[in-house]
Design a binder for this molecule. Structure first.
Ligand code: BGP
Length: 480
């Protein structure tokens, strides 16, 4: 038993996203969304960045989101398993294109609304709080085609309409909301993060930051709407977090690490403090960026800041100004990081750094002084099913145990953390690679990278482990 103390009503649970779990990609009137256009295989990476040759799925490619793990039909069974582990919270996203298939329909799609009614009811029946992200890598494709997605201010009003529709519909069922998943992903994978397509795949910073401004205004407007429609709800932002370390104490490295962190903090500074930070103004000037803003934007951003800071943490990041050092990068890390010799790596090259979790949580809390919600954390790894049908995922347990222990240390440091929803409590499609092989779950799903398999659910060893963690409110993390 540990000496860790978690708050009494700490929100233990798991997190998934509509586009990686639901499947049923055209069922009950749903429109196409970003991820429905992302095939598995080598084209995926350049498409996620904005090199998108076709806005319709092509016949000879495999699109893993189209069926995903069929959560759309199997959610009662899956939620019962989450309940068996004792989940207090389940983070899901609403697929915008289930509610407004084109994004600008005059009426919402009742079948889509009904699906989430049923899903939330199922959670509540088991005493599980739904935590809902409004946009998890999600823009209806019609809006990408017609307006160029978030580069166009038109999206602000359409997103507000969507958000108001779901706030009104689910106001008695959902008390925790988030605006944009990993909003800073827009800078790294602009098509995945914000539906931005670039001519010849050449990323244009002007368009990126204009789109960011539109998302930030939209985020503030939906915070306002949420507070008006559901006064007892909390609504947060969501950052792909993981602090940058300088590779050495050379001031050049230290300064660069600070700048890299600011690329991400930029978004949260606006969402949480309500204004563009001073350094952003210099950045815009240095890059000759001219962001169009409406006169009312300043007040909108200022008056409607988020209630909490949601974030994902998988890895820390390391940066260097030394041309020799930067030759040695870690693969698979969307954020680009040089290899850190002090920490291990996952099979996909993602840095494994539990202490970095404590550091990141402390830095976020120091900066924003608002409650934090850890809404993603976990280890993507290959799982083998033994001949007796067991999955012994000790590496995953080890990763999670060490991270939860550091989270507990952060709480002891005085950081206010309201919950922890680990990523992919049931195996789902990987966002970055489209693979099923990259698994995060406590529950195995029988499906492979090519879409073969029965979709049967099997409990892994970590299932019982996490159940114990929750039951003991973090006291029992198991032995090393
Ligand atoms: C985050 C996303 C998730 C997700 C997770 C793990 O970036 O918010 O959607 O999938 O990372 O990444 P991956 O699936 O690429 O392993």
């Amino acid at each position: 038993m540990s000496t860790y103390t978690f708050p009494k009503d700490f929100l233990w649970g798991g997190a998934i996203a509509a586009n990686q779990a639901e499947g049923a990609y055209l069922e009950d009137g749903k429109g196409l969304t970003i991820v429905d256009l992302l095939p598995s295989g080598e084209k995926r990476r350049s498409m996620m960045k904005g090199d998108v040759p076709s806005l319709t799925p092509l016949p000879d490619l495999f699109y893993p989101s189209h069926e995903a793990i069929d959560f759309y039909h199997r959610y009662p069974e899956d939620i019962a398993l989450f309940a068996e582990m004792g989940f207090k919270a389940l983070r899901v996203s609403i697929a915008w294109s289930r509610i407004f298939p084109t994004g600008e329909d005059t009426q919402p799609n009742e079948a889509g609304l009904k699906f989430y009614d049923n899903l939330f009811d199922e959670c509540l029946k088991h005493g599980i709080q739904p935590v809902v992200t409004l946009a998890h890598f999600d823009v209806p494709v019609h809006l990408i085609e017609t307006y160029g997605s978030w580069r166009n201010r038109k999206l602000v009003g359409l997103f507000e309409t969507y958000a108001k529709t779901v706030f009104t519909r689910y106001k008695d069922k959902v008390k925790y909301w988030m605006t944009f998943n990993e909003i800073n992903m827009l800078l790294h994978l602009p098509f995945l993060g914000a539906g931005l397509v670039f001519e010849n795949g050449v990323i244009d910073k002007q368009i990126q930051y204009q789109a960011a401004h539109h998302q930030l205004v939209a985020s503030a407007l939906v915070v306002k709407a949420c507070h008006e429609i559901i006064p007892d709800a909390k609504i947060g932002c969501m950052l792909a977090a993981g602090s940058f370390y300088p590779y050495t104490c050379n001031p050049e490295d230290v300064f660069q690490a600070m700048q890299k962190d600011r690329e991400s903090y930029f978004f949260i500074d606006v969402q949480s403090r309500g204004e563009y930070p001073a350094y952003a103004k210099r950045f815009f000037a240095d890059h000759q960026l001219k962001i169009e803003m409406e006169p009312e934007d300043e007040a909108i951003l200022k008056n409607h800041t988020v209630d909490y800071i949601g974030f994902s943490y998988y890895s820390s990041r390391t940066t260097s100004t030394d041309p020799e050092v930067i030759k040695n990068t870690t693969s698979g890390n969307v954020f680009g990081s040089v290899a850190n010799p002090y920490v291990a790596k996952s099979e996909w090259g993602w840095t494994i750094d539990p202490k970095g979790f404590r550091i990141t949580a402390n830095q976020l809390y120091d900066r924003y002084q608002k409650p934090l919600f850890v809404v993603e954390n976990g280890l993507g790894a290959v799982d083998e099913v033994t001949p007796d049908g067991e999955i012994i995922d000790d590496d995953r347990i080890d990763y999670l145990r060490r991270h939860i222990a550091e989270m507990a240390e952060a709480i002891k440091d005085g950081v206010e953390i309201i919950g922890y929803t680990s990523w992919g409590p049931i195996d789902i499609v990987s966002a970055s690679t489209g693979e099923m092989k990259k698994r995060y779950g406590y529950i195995y799903v029988d499906r492979d990278n090519e879409g073969n398999g029965t979709l049967k659910r099997i409990k892994k060893k970590s299932f019982a482990w996490y159940k114990n963690v929750i039951q003991s409110n973090g006291q029992n993390l198991g032995s090393e």
